[in-house]
Design a protein around this ligand. Structure first.
Ligand SMILES: Nc1ncnc2c1ncn2[C@@H]1O[C@H](COP(=O)(O)OP(=O)(O)OP(=O)(O)O)[C@@H](O)[C@H]1O
Ligand SMILES: Cc1ncc(CO)c(N)n1
Ligand SMILES: [Mg+2]
Length: 545
């Protein structure tokens, strides 16, 4: 057992004090050190360890819980990574600013690093507040001794409240030692300016030049964050890989709750890298996550100061995680997904209601009304009639795109495409109890759907289709990529019929729960017979695989 003695001098509440924690107790009370050959130890440990994405954050504690270590742990948890933590400083901090700082002694930071890195298989190290030159040097030494897959450096120099979190003398060691070891460096505009000798950075073009200059210090990628650029603009970050600049545009959320956005962004990047993502994808996921979390927390009021924290675990309050609030949807309902088409109904002289009744009679497990050019009043009447049929047979009814119709007929949910209303806006309108589906062609779109609180995604066209104009075919490879990346259940769509549905389900892809069909049911003489036939094909295939 080991104790720390704190030098707890009382401090005037407003001033920021950089004080040193006193040294640890005498060596006789120390635990035995990890074995000298840490590498050998690591191999032995990892032979027993479960593979699990693991981020180690080396950062300061924020007593207010919005930034620093606390934000890092919540962000990693939200993205499904394990997070260990080495505390470099303890701050007395709240929504008004930083009132005090205790720096942890360098030797004790070294000890924490040793403890974690010699025992656990850390994939990615993420740094936050590194208060002094000595701390940066200790970290560099530890990383040389225990190499990890990736290093994410968030050069925390000044808090948004304007308080200094790292002595100005650390700038040179950041630039000369840590950046050269980093995979990505993520300064905000103020930090980028300080790192470059207080140059003025006012425009996106200035951010590009800054990214290019910081890249010269040696990191593989640079992300200059624009959260603190003028409020009127989009939230634009500049990503630079040494050759190309990519401007990442996000919606700027109108909120005071932006404390800890930088720490969260860097931890999300680290989590995604630990899961195996490429750098650009990791950054995109991280930016989406921050934007979505800010959106969900925009009206939260915690503390009385000007900059509040946000809710990293907003997902727990959204379906499908909050199962209590959303009893209606089960992923198995995607098994045989019937999507209506007004043109086909006209061709065969059927009403929407007749088509839906026949599809349900044949065994459709979920129905979507996709009426691209129907008159609103007529469509609503038909939707209400379909709702009655679906309700009495326990089959959910979704409406394509038209949130107004869904609300008016009390449908079970809405399906949206990439150019329709955002899923999170649909969720706000429909509430937590309804089903929301999103058409996705890429892992990034699937991630966004999950962030936005959707319940499932539709992925296709698996085969060429005549039902949707200008719809690129993804094939099995595209479907597989999206299914592997998706955190939501997937229904395959596009050109699927009785002769190929079996092959799609036989792929046995993770998250793939069923097929969605239009022509194969509704561009036929007898909808009920076609649906029954397809259902038995799917059942037979799935019982074999
Ligand atoms: N109001 C906002 N709406 C949407 N995105 C935002 C907003 N504010 C910041 N961001 C995004 O959050 C991420 C972090 O950027 P920011 O510039 O706020 O970092 P930071 O200043 O280091 O944060 P902090 O010091 O508060 O932890 C960036 O992707 C940025 O675009
Ligand atoms: C401990 C800590 N780390 C980082 C930041 C930057 O947001 C902060 N305010 N506090
Ligand atoms: Mg900021």
């Amino acid at each position: 057992m080991k104790f720390l003695c704190y030098a707890m001098a009382s401090a005037p509440p407003q001033a920021v004090h950089l004080r040193l924690l006193s040294s640890t107790l005498s060596s006789s009370s120390r635990r035995p050190r990890p074995p000298p050959s840490a590498r050998r130890y690591r191999v032995a440990a990892s032979a027993r360890e479960m593979p699990w994405p693991h981020v180690l954050t080396v950062a300061g504690s924020d007593s207010g819980g919005g930034a620093g270590i606390q934000a890092d742990i919540k962000a990693c948890a939200a993205l499904g990574a394990y997070c260990s933590s080495v505390v470099t400083a303890v701050t007395a901090q709240n929504t008004a600013g930083v009132q005090g700082i205790h720096v942890v002694p360098e030797e004790f930071i070294r000890e924490q690093l040793n403890s974690v890195l010699s025992d656990m298989s850390v994939d990615v190290v993420k740094t936050g507040m590194l208060p002094s030159i000595g701390v940066v040097k200790v970290l560099c030494e530890s990383l040389k001794k225990f190499p990890v897959k990736a290093l994410v450096v968030d050069p925390v120099l000044v808090s948004t409240s304007g308080d200094t979190l790292s002595a100005s003398s650390t700038l040179s060691v950041y630039r000369d030692e840590l950046f050269a070891m980093a995979d990505i460096v993520t300064p905000n505009v103020k930090e980028a300016s300080r790192l470059l000798g207080d140059v003025s950075l006012r425009t996106v073009s200035d951010m590009r030049s800054a990214a290019e200059s910081i890249y010269k210090f040696g990191p593989k990628y640079v992300l200059v964050k624009g959260g603190d650029m003028p409020e009127s603009s989009d939230a634009i970050d500049v990503f630079f890989d040494g050759k190309e600049f990519i401007e990442l545009h996000g919606h700027r959320i109108k909120t005071h709750n932006t404390h800890g956005t930088g720490c969260t962004l860097a931890s999300c990047i680290a989590s995604e890298l630990a899961k195996g993502a490429t750098m650009l994808h990791a950054v995109q996921v991280a930016k989406n996550f921050v934007e979505t979390a800010l959106h969900h927390s925009k009206d939260l009021i915690i503390g009385n100061g000007p900059q509040g924290p946000f809710d990293h675990l907003f997902k727990l309050k959204c379906p499908p995680y909050n199962v209590g609030s959303q009893p209606s949807f089960k992923a198995d309902q995607l098994f045989l997904y019937a999507v209506t088409d007004s043109g086909m109904n006209k061709k065969w002289g059927r009403s929407i209601k007749e088509s839906v009744r026949a599809a349900i009679e044949g065994g459709a497990t979920i129905v979507q009304l996709r009426e691209k050019d129907a008159e609103t009043r007529e469509f609503l009447e038909a939707a209400k009639a379909c709702m009655e049929i679906c309700k009495s047979s326990g089959v959910p009814l979704l409406i394509n795109d038209r949130v107004d119709i869904a609300l008016a007929c009390k449908a079970d949910g809405v399906h949206v495409g990439q150019s329709d209303m955002l899923a999170r806006e649909v969720r706000e309108l429909l509430g937590p109890g309804k089903i929301i589906g999103v058409s996705c062609k890429t892992p990034a779109q699937a991630q966004q759907a999950w962030n936005d609180g959707a319940d499932y995604i539709g992925c296709g066209g698996v085969y060429p289709t005549s039902t949707k104009a200008n719809n690129p075919t993804l094939g099995f490879e595209g479907l597989k990529t999206v299914c592997l990346a998706s955190k939501l259940p997937v229904v395959a769509i596009g050109g699927i019929n009785a002769s190929n549905a079996g092959s799609v389900m036989e792929l046995g892809l993770p998250n793939l729960k069923g097929v969605a069909v239009v022509s194969a049911l509704f561009d036929r003489e007898c909808v009920a017979t076609e649906t029954r036939n397809l259902r038995s094909i799917l059942t037979n295939t799935c019982s074999r695989t």
